[in-house]
Design a binder for this molecule. Structure first.
Ligand code: G6P
Length: 440
């Protein structure tokens, strides 16, 4: 039985993740579940819901909430890392500042993603240090803190020996939609894929050894990765903004029909159209604050009034299931195949050796064993190299306290049309992130 700590326990995702954990309580038994957050108030609120989830699905399980790292990590075997530095109010800035300059405003892509990266790099390194100080020496940190690409690149440089596995649920969410398109169970799909986080392409999909890529491709060229009733496929990803994201895959595939893109590529390939159709006054951060975040705090109020809570609005999406599957593969050396972020080291032959690529890997108890991808075509290679340079430069900017490198990163981003714009946006982001960013 394991001790598992969720770092960033105050996240609105936590109840859903705990539900996913408890759905597997026989196969992945826990001795103790700990919630750790530096915002004690928020965590206590979310913990009310978490404790109700535990009461219903595993009343015997011990749950502890704390803001003290020693209590949180002592002897822990698994740490799920899901920090959001600056919370949704800073996410709103990440989205709205670039948009005011006519540039994509997104929490992980473009200038907003780089801003969020600069906020997250050092808190993440600090978290690793605390875990290493207190946790079981054989611990694993399953990290899905955003912006995942920048965080993975930074940890490779700052904490190269950390027992961390960097994952993102977007590939598996896309697989889930592809499975819905062909009417299969998502766990049966075996995919080939290459790229960076939020910047990759599916090249092949097989089910029971049969190639189903063409079927999915044909559907995607007509409808994107939407199926008739998305609410049946997933609750989170059927919000209006997500419906648009799945739809936009259609336009990318009409132009570049070879591979099936990760939906986040829309911010780079369809940026001007995305900006045109985004309301600067009401972005995804607002949608989340009015939706998922409000739902959880309303439920807490309801609980405080009545002593009861409706748990059905906290669902186990693909997000939580995937994290638990990865943890189980690490725990029991299951060698399951997942898409994860790893150092390239020749897996994609014509990309830099040191790039943090997102590719398939077998997950063993010693970490990921990446699968070789081979060579990729010019268009994709060029796009990836440009984006990887952006991620590398922003990490160097943080480490070297270099304004110029930060400006280079923003200028190189495919989302930004000129160095003038890059500079204006960067200067405003610096002001908005006072107290969060390393000095540039
Ligand atoms: C997907 C992505 C994550 C991202 C999340 C945002 O799951 O893979 O990287 O953080 O969407 O979801 P939200 O509902 O907060 O916009």
């Amino acid at each position: 039985k394991f001790i598992l700590t969720i770092a960033g326990g105050g996240s609105t995702y936590t109840p859903g993740i705990v539900k996913s954990l408890l759905a597997k309580k026989e196969e992945f038994p826990l001795k103790e579940l700990r919630l750790y957050d530096n915002d004690g108030d928020r965590q206590e609120k979310v913990a009310i819901i978490v404790k109700e989830v535990v009461k219903e699905f595993a009343p015997e399980l011990k749950v502890l909430t704390t803001t003290d790292p020693e209590t949180a990590f002592s002897d822990a075997e698994f740490i799920f890392a899901q920090m959001r530095v600056g919370k949704n109010s800073m996410r709103e800035q990440d989205e709205k500042i670039p948009l005011r300059y006519g540039v994509v405003g997104q929490e992980t892509c473009g200038p907003g993603g780089l801003a969020y990266g600069l906020r997250t790099i050092y808190p993440m390194a600090e978290l690793i240090d605390l875990v290493e100080k207190y946790a079981n020496p054989k611990h694993w940190i399953v990290n899905y803190s955003n912006p995942a690409a920048v965080v993975a690149e930074a940890m490779k440089k700052l904490r190269p020996n950390a027992r961390i596995i960097n994952i993102c649920d977007m590939p598996v969410a896309t697989i889930r939609n592809m499975a819905a398109v062909i009417g299969e169970d998502r766990n049966k799909l075996v995919v080939d894929y290459f790229g960076l986080n939020h910047f990759g392409w599916f090249t092949k999909v097989t089910v029971d050894g049969v190639d189903r890529t063409d079927e999915i491709r044909k559907h995607a060229i007509k409808h994107g990765l939407l199926v008739e009733d998305m609410t049946k496929v997933d609750a989170q990803h059927s919000d209006p903004s997500w419906i648009k994201n799945w739809k936009n895959i259609q336009y990318m595939m009409e132009m570049f029909p070879d591979y099936i893109p990760n939906p986040y590529l829309q911010y780079y390939l369809l940026g001007d159209s995305i900006v045109e159709h985004t309301n600067v006054e009401h972005t995804r951060a607002n949608e989340v604050m009015e939706g998922r975040e409000k739902r959880i705090f309303d439920a807490v109020d309801e609980y405080n009034r009545t002593g009861e809570v409706d748990l059905s609005s906290f669902y186990t999406g693909v997000h939580g299931q995937f994290i638990v599957d990865v943890a189980m593969s690490l725990a029991y050396n299951l060698r399951k195949r997942f898409l994860v972020m790893v150092e390239n080291k020749g897996a994609v032959m014509n990309l830099p050796e040191d790039a943090m690529v997102e590719i398939p890997a077998y997950i063993t108890s010693d970490g990921p064993e990446p699968i070789r991808v081979g060579e990729i075509p010019t268009f994709y290679k060029a796009l990836i190299e440009q984006q990887y340079a952006v991620e590398k430069l922003i990490v160097e900017a943080a480490i070297e306290h270099s304004y110029t490198k930060a400006l280079m990163a923003l200028t190189l981003s495919k989302t930004v049309p000129s160095a003038f714009k890059a500079k204006e946006i960067l200067d405003e982001l610096i002001k908005a992130n006072k107290g969060y960013w390393p000095e540039l």
